[in-house]
Design a protein around this ligand. Structure first.
Ligand code: FO1
Length: 320
């Protein structure tokens, strides 16, 4: 399907993106998939470095993810959180006992001088993940939500306040000084790269932090490979997470078309293909006016087979 020795680069946030990444990992050879992951959701909590989207990706690709919660590890226990609560500690951000080991391990590795890419690669190896998972940057970028309750660090908005405050905009602290991950720059400049797939992740808080790293869009454009994005909005609803609520609060129509327009307006010429769900077929002509080729299929990924089928569909687009 993808020529031998070639690599697909997927851009992903957490849960929604990880589903398509898993489908891609299933249908591509191990060396054929690299995933560039948002780290704008990262934060320091209880003295630990938490990288939620990287962990969601790694746990999903390793088959260890907690499908009920949508984050963390399957078969988790919560004794550390219970003990912390009895001490009067902060428990609004729940770290399972086994997940806690990941954060302890990462925090210690970072403190001993390893970069986030190295730590992520080591963790991937230890978890048995064969695809390559790259943090978008080695530098710190932190998403801040401008909201009806003032500026909130992303996890305070998302977990502590359960996305309740109305969103007014976003800031990615540190982004002006951040550089794309050097390994990703090398991949983008090489002839190994076959295509880029933007997973159905939240455009505002998962994909934008990746694309707004200075030099990232230019490097993607210069790579001159097909770029496919999959809409995270289906029939006016977000498959997962607060994307639809955010769009309404930002006075945008809650449609796949508005997502395509967001990408076309902010990153002109970046997308070649935009994949929408069959329930949105009536939007295809208008989306086409943003300059992309529109592809229609079933984009809802419930089963493992759904994930593989959507992955195959996106790969066929880049071959055509
Ligand atoms: N999401 C929650 O809704 N509540 C939590 O307590 C929570 C804990 C948590 C711990 C580790 C981790 O890697 C992720 C965790 N998440 C939790 C998910 C996460 O914060 C968000 O899903 C992402 O940041 C959005 O992509």
């Amino acid at each position: 399907m993808v020529a031998e020795g070639k690599t697909i680069l997927a851009l992903s946030g957490g849960v929604g993106g990880a589903k398509l990444a898993l489908g891609l990992a299933d249908v591509l050879p191990a060396e054929g998939l690299a995933v560039m992951v948002n780290t704008g959701d990262d934060f320091t909590h209880l003295g630990l470095h938490i990288s939620p989207d990287i962990d969601t990706l790694l746990y999903t690709l390793a088959g260890l993810n907690n499908q009920t919660l949508g984050w963390g590890l399957a078969g988790e226990s919560w004794q550390a959180m219970d003990a912390l609560e009895s001490l009067g500690g902060e428990t609004w951000f729940r770290l399972g006992d086994r997940d806690l080991a990941t954060h302890l391990w990462r925090t210690q590795a970072l403190a001993s001088g390893s970069g986030l890419s190295q730590v992520t690669a080591d963790l991937a190896t230890r978890l048995g993940v064969t695809s390559t998972v790259y943090p978008m940057s080695e530098d710190s970028v932190r998403t801040v939500v401008h909201s009806s309750e003032g500026d909130l660090p992303f996890q305070h908005y998302f977990v502590r306040r359960q996305c309740e405050p109305a969103v007014e905009g976003f800031k990615f602290e540190g982004i002006e000084k951040a550089r794309p991950n050097p390994a990703i720059q090398a991949l983008l400049a090489s002839d190994r790269l076959a295509a880029v797939i933007i997973c159905p992740s939240n455009p505002f808080v998962s994909v934008d932090p990746i694309l707004q790293i200075p030099g990232m869009v230019d490097a993607l454009l210069e790579a001159a490979v097909p770029v496919v994005a999959v809409s995270p909005i289906v029939a006016g609803m977000a498959i997962k997470g607060p994307a639809a609520k955010m769009m309404a609060e930002l006075s945008m129509p809650v449609t796949a078309q508005a997502v395509a327009e967001h990408y076309a307006h902010n990153y002109p010429g970046l997308l070649d293909h935009f994949v929408i769900d069959q329930s949105d077929v009536k939007l295809a002509t208008d989306i086409g006016r943003t300059g992309v080729k529109v592809a229609v299929t079933s984009t809802i990924m419930q089963s493992r087979e759904d994930k593989q089928t959507l992955a195959q569909f996106t790969l066929q687009l880049v071959e055509s």
